[in-house]
Design a protein around this ligand. Structure first.
Ligand code: TEU
Length: 556
């Protein structure tokens, strides 16, 4: 198999507004990231993925772009961006941008033109449909609640927005749209950017005729995926993108693909498919959907280990030798892993954070570490709706509690505390000074109040911290073709307490065993006496006895 730099890399995701503020306005910025580059380097990461930093009205925290060639003023400007890129490269860090081209902001000049009149040259940059003001063109529900159709009084037509009405979908059928996207990609790649994470890229090709979604009962929350994801022309668009842009540069590409299936991902990331390098799939992070489809992701049910193992193992085997996985527990859209999949109690937080890290980083694929995951940062445990800022969370509360009365206040507050995206967006915890060293001003979003115990400064002083465990995991990947290229075999899939799997490559075996419970269990696996303990989150090894959240890797 051809070996690519991004297959051995570990990627650190920076959510700029919550990483480091440098000018005291309470919002993270590019100058702040420059200051913290040595920290990212110390962790051992190879690449930084930067969430959107383009000019935006911030309806969806930058995922509504009004100018693809300008930096959001609160983050800095193009000059500071060039300095960030140069300093990252000087440290041997690559920088990948977030490409958001399924939709723009409604404040983008293309949309401002498009909505002026039906015969405006930009009209077909977006998806417009005639229709009765009281009857949307179909039953598609926006990810952020309500219909995906907004009626424009001036031109008496609807426009499509899978997300907020301030995020109109681009019309990818239009070759001029595609050419404009290729141009904006070249603008950043010619600066030396090392690739793109592509936002909901498998939603860009809408099905002909825009047919109704099969399940109108959950029209509120993304019922569009079954009918829109992986549309008819997606491969063609990705091949055109690769042929006209990506193939001209030594860059990486990762497509965020909600509800993508393994057989399609092999098409998108096939090593000779000429499309993308890897995908973010969602199977392991959507296991706890509410049993009432109208409530969607909002739930506080624990994630069952057998289902989690099945979701991850399915992707390990499906792409082995055919495509390439991204490996992640967290990002800016998901709850903090140690709270959602581990145990964030004081007794077990560090042990389970390390257990999750080892379980994921010993798999095949490119690992992504979301800022703060390497510290074992937890969910925010907010108690008032006023503490939340995420459009998705606030729209869901309003729809489900106030309008549809499907969920009561207390239950929804539990659901938000479990699943809200704001759990991942509380500011990075640097030290135990005021606002944890994130800002000298008023933070845009409240900090997690446990920052005095969980912070970079404390963990750098503790050789047994989650930080140093992640540093070891990353170093092991850099030294081992077995970890990078080995195949994957799950052991005991029905085991509801322990996640065990093997990796094999060129005659060597890696055995990974993780106890996902807070109690001791006994398991024995056939291994040669010559096996060597590669890494464990405990200081010693009791062989067949697995202590609470004990995780270990053997090589032989
Ligand atoms: O997320 C797409 C997506 O699938 C999310 O809406 C996810 O399903 C949901 O948030 C889970 O609760 C991408 C970006 O990562 C997200 O931040 C943006 O809000 C969204 O696209 C629109 O650009």
């Amino acid at each position: 198999m051809k070996k690519e730099w991004w297959q051995k890399a570990v990627i650190y995701q920076v959510y700029p507004r919550s990483f480091q503020d440098s000018d005291g306005d309470g919002v993270g910025d590019l100058a702040g990231i420059i200051k913290r580059l040595p920290y990212i380097k110390k962790l051992g990461a190879d690449v930084i993925w930067l969430n959107p930093v383009y000019k935006s009205p911030d309806k969806d925290n930058g995922y509504d772009i009004s100018d693809y060639r300008a930096i959001q003023p609160r983050f800095g400007n193009l000059k500071i961006f060039d300095e960030l890129l140069a300093k990252a490269h000087q440290l041997g860090l690559r920088l990948v941008m977030d490409l958001v081209v399924n939709h723009t902001s409604d404040q983008h000049k293309w949309f401002k033109e498009s909505k002026k009149s039906k015969d405006n040259p930009y009209r077909d940059f977006y998806v417009w449909r005639a229709g009765d003001p009281k009857q949307a063109p179909n039953n598609w529900g926006s990810y952020f609640g309500g219909s995906t159709w907004e009626f424009d009084e001036k031109t008496k037509e609807y426009y499509l927005h899978l997300f907020a009405k301030e995020q109109p979908d681009l019309n990818w059928e239009n070759p001029e749209v595609r050419e404009q996207v290729w141009e904006l990609m070249r603008f950043w790649l010619d600066k030396g950017v090392d690739g793109f994470r592509m936002d909901v890229i498998n939603l860009i090709s809408k099905p002909a005729g825009l047919p109704d979604a099969p399940n109108p009962e959950n029209a509120a929350y993304g019922n569009v995926e079954p009918v829109v994801a992986d549309g008819p022309k997606l491969n063609a668009y990705l091949k055109e993108m690769n042929q006209k842009v990506l193939s001209k540069y030594d860059v990486m590409s990762v497509g965020e693909m909600p509800s993508v299936k393994p057989e399609d991902a092999v098409q998108y990331t096939g090593l000779d498919a000429g499309e993308l390098n890897m995908v973010f799939q969602f199977d392991h992070v959507t296991l706890a959907m509410n049993k009432d489809p109208r409530i969607g992701k909002w739930n506080d049910a624990p994630v069952k280990l057998v289902a989690l193992k099945q979701a991850l193992s399915k992707w390990q085997t499906a792409l082995d030798g055919k495509g390439w996985n991204s490996l992640y527990w967290n990002n800016h859209d998901r709850a903090r892993a140690v709270s959602r999949f581990g145990n964030d109690s004081p007794e077990f937080r560090e042990l389970s954070a390390k257990m999750l890290g080892l379980t994921l980083h010993m798999m095949q694929g490119t690992p992504y570490v979301y800022q703060g995951e390497e510290l074992g940062m937890t969910n925010a445990h907010f108690t008032s709706i006023k503490q939340y800022q995420d459009i998705e969370s606030l729209e869901a509360y309003h729809d489900l509690v106030d309008t549809e009365k499907l969920v009561d206040h207390e239950t929804m507050m539990r659901y938000l505390a479990t699943e809200s995206r704001d759990n991942a967006r509380t500011p990075m915890q640097w030290d135990n000074s005021q606002n944890s060293g994130f800002t000298s001003g008023k933070p845009w979003l409240e900090l997690n109040q446990n920052y005095s115990e969980i912070n970079v400064e404390r963990e750098l002083e503790d050789k047994n911290s989650v930080f140093y465990f992640y540093q070891k995991l990353i170093a092991l990947r850099h030294q081992s073709d077995l970890i990078v290229y080995g195949n994957y075999t799950e052991l005991d899939p029905a085991d509801a307490e322990v996640f065990a799997y093997k990796r094999q490559y060129e005659g060597k075996t890696l055995l990974v065993i993780s106890n996902f419970t807070s109690h001791k269990v006994t398991r024995s696996y056939a291994t040669p006496s010559a096996k060597k303990l590669l890494l464990s989150n405990y200081q010693d090894d009791h062989e067949d006895v697995l202590r609470p959240y004990e995780a270990k890797a053997y090589v032989y």
